[in-house]
Structure formats: C-alpha cells, structure tokens
Design a protein around this ligand. Structure first.
Ligand code: GAL
Length: 356
C-alpha cells in the first residue's frame, strides 16, 4: 500500500512538473539535430522550435555539426540544465546509449526524431516517415521507367547504387525497400551493376555528404568508363537528395545533359534537387512534409507532459535492439517534375522564387 501511495505521489509530482500553469516557468524541451549542413535538418529544427514555442514550451535547440561527441555533450547539457523531454535526430544511432542512460535515470522521456536511436532502452517514442515505403517508391520508379519487367539479361540496363550514412538506421529501410524491388533484377542480370558494388556497406555515403557522393560517382565514371558516348549508364539509385546532388554534379561534369541523363532517384525534395528535377537532371524525389512530422512530435511532447496518449500508428516495425519502440509513421509522397508545383509550392512548403 505504502508503495502504491508513493508511486501515485511520484506520478502526481511528475505531472505537475510538466503541466506548468500559465504564468509559471515553461517546460523546457531539448531538440538535438545532427547538422546545419543539410537543408533538411535546418528546416526540421526551425519547425520544431517554432511549433513547440507556439504551444508554450521553452526550446533548447542544438545542431551537432555531424560530430557524435558534440551531440553527446549537447545532450548532457540538456539533461543537466532541466530539459523535461528530449527530441533527438541522431548522427550515429548506436552512439547514444550512455548519455541516454543519464536521461533515463532522471526520468526524462526521449523521442527519436526521424532516425531511430539503437540499443537504448531510454527511447520512449519514435516519430518518422514510412521509410521502407520511401525505398519502395524509389525502386518501383526505376522498375517502371526502365521497363524492367519486360527485359531479359540479353537486354539489360546499367545502374550504380548509392545509399547514406552507415550509422543511420534509416538506410536499412531506404536501401532495403529499394532492393526488395531491384535485387531480383540484379540477380537475373536484367540490371547490371558494373562496379559490382551492391552491398549496402559498399554503397554507403559518410554523413550523407554531397561531396563524398560526387567523389564516388567520379571514381565509378572513370573506373567503368561511363559517359554519354562511352559505356552506357541508364540509372543511379540514390537513397536521398544530398547524395543525388553529388551524383548529378559528377554526371554533368562527365558530359551528360538533360537529353541523355541517367535516371537519378532521391528523397527530401531539397531545393537543389527540385531545381535539378525541373531541369531534367534528377528524375524523382520523395516528399516528406517535415511540417507534419514536427506537428506529430509536438503532439507527442504534449501528450507526455499532460499524461495523455500520444499519437502512435505503428507498434511492430521499429525494434531498436531493446524492444519495439511505439512509433508514428508519416506518409511519404512520390515527387517529380509533374507534381512538384502542387506538392511544394501550392502547399506553401517553398515559394516559387526559391525554386527559380
Ligand atoms: C535521413 C533522413 C532523410 C535524409 C538523410 C540525410 O535520416 O530520413 O530524409 O535527409 O537522413 O539527412
């Protein structure tokens, strides 16, 4: 009985600490983003800050310059300076176990933002997009545009493959979803990857870096003799736009133009990539409306603070090594030259001027 009473008291104390009445000190939320280098995270960070502040929270927003130690230090600081909830887009999903043990000890709930945090039992919820679907969209796009279903190994297509940072759990879903579609064609010889670099680790791009992707594409071009009047290259599978931008630079430098450009896939509808789609030098992207993601995470924070049920629509997909993390998956949307205006401009995501 004593135990029950003290548990109830503890719960009441936690709830009242969160539910600061108007005029009292606002609850502080720590938002930890990986880097300012990629457009995506600047947008996500700014969105999160704005949306949380609108709901009356105080926000400690930090960017970690793609450096794991910096992210760990920033999190330690958030924990010791009174953040009541942490929202984290990790750099290396497996590197936060120790620092998050400190959060758990202080009963600070943790929401993994976009990227799942692995091997830590401190993760309370996960909010992301349906990442497997992103990969499937990309794979199916190539399947359709290259007419793979009607080809044989005597009439193959030539392709190279790129995915993102090896420490980002999302690549298992992006690359996995795409390979679910493409791998049978690689096995049957309908898709030829001349470099033979088809394993995820061989296709990975450190920090999802545009420069790294460009370098690898340049190496592939020279090693395999690809070029508009040289060896045929029909497509480059890329898991996202920051890599696609580097791949596209290398292909432009190799002499490809909109008339003969290999099909390059992407994800995020970054401004550079959307402009490239308009120019005809990137084939498609996947739009993930980060406003929706931010809104869902704010709902999660609110539910945690008020002791109500957070929005959850997936309780089976994301096991971080310590068990399934209850998740909310937002819907990704296929994007290309034909629908970008409706998706990106009409919805107010970008202004027409930003895409000029
Ligand atoms: C992933 C994210 C993608 C992409 C990539 C590089 O984790 O889901 O949208 O932006 O990181 O930042």
């Amino acid at each position: 009985m004593k135990k029950i009473i003290s548990l109830v008291l503890a719960a009441l104390m936690v709830t009242s600490a969160f539910a600061a009445p108007k005029g009292k000190v606002a609850v502080k939320v720590g938002v930890s983003m990986p880097t300012k280098d990629l457009q995506r995270w600047n947008q996500d960070g700014a969105n999160m800050k704005k949306s949380l502040e609108k709901q009356g929270y105080k926000v400690d927003l930090q960017y970690a310059n793609n450096d794991v130690n910096t992210q760990v230090n920033q999190l330690e600081n958030m924990i010791s300076t009174g953040c009541k909830v942490l929202v984290i887009a990790s750099i290396d999903g497996s590197a936060l176990k120790n620092v998050l043990a400190q959060a758990k000890a202080k009963k600070i709930p943790v929401i993994a933002y976009d990227r799942l945090i692995m091997n830590s039992d401190a993760v309370t919820y996960y909010a992301t997009f349906d990442n497997w679907k992103v990969g499937v969209f990309q794979g199916q796009y190539l399947e359709e545009k290259l007419n793979l279903k009607n080809r044989t190994k005597n009439d193959p297509v030539y392709m190279e493959l790129f995915t993102g940072d090896p420490g980002d759990n999302n690549i298992n879903f992006f690359f996995g979803g795409a390979m679910e579609v493409l791998e049978p064609y690689i096995k049957s010889g309908v898709i030829v990857v001349k470099s033979k670099q088809t394993a995820k680790a061989q296709c990975a791009t450190l920090n999802w870096s545009t420069e790294e992707a460009q370098k690898r594409m340049e190496n592939l071009i020279s090693a395999q003799g690809y070029g508009p009047n040289k060896n045929r290259l029909d497509a480059v599978y890329s898991s996202n736009d920051s890599c696609a931008a580097g791949i596209t630079n290398a292909l432009v430098n190799a002499g490809y133009t909109a008339d003969n450009f290999p099909l390059v896939t992407g994800q995020d509808c970054d401004i550079t990539s959307t402009k490239n789609m308009i120019k005809g030098i990137q084939a498609m992207s996947v739009f993930k409306d980060t406003r929706t993601l931010a809104a869902k995470v704010v709902e999660m924070v609110d539910a945690i603070c008020k002791g109500t049920n957070p929005p959850i629509n997936d309780k089976k997909t994301y096991n971080n090594g310590t068990g399934i993390i209850p998740s909310f998956l937002c819907e990704p949307v296929y994007a290309d030259k034909s629908n970008y205006k409706k998706l990106l401009i009409d919805s107010g995501y970008y202004t027409a001027k930003q895409l000029q």
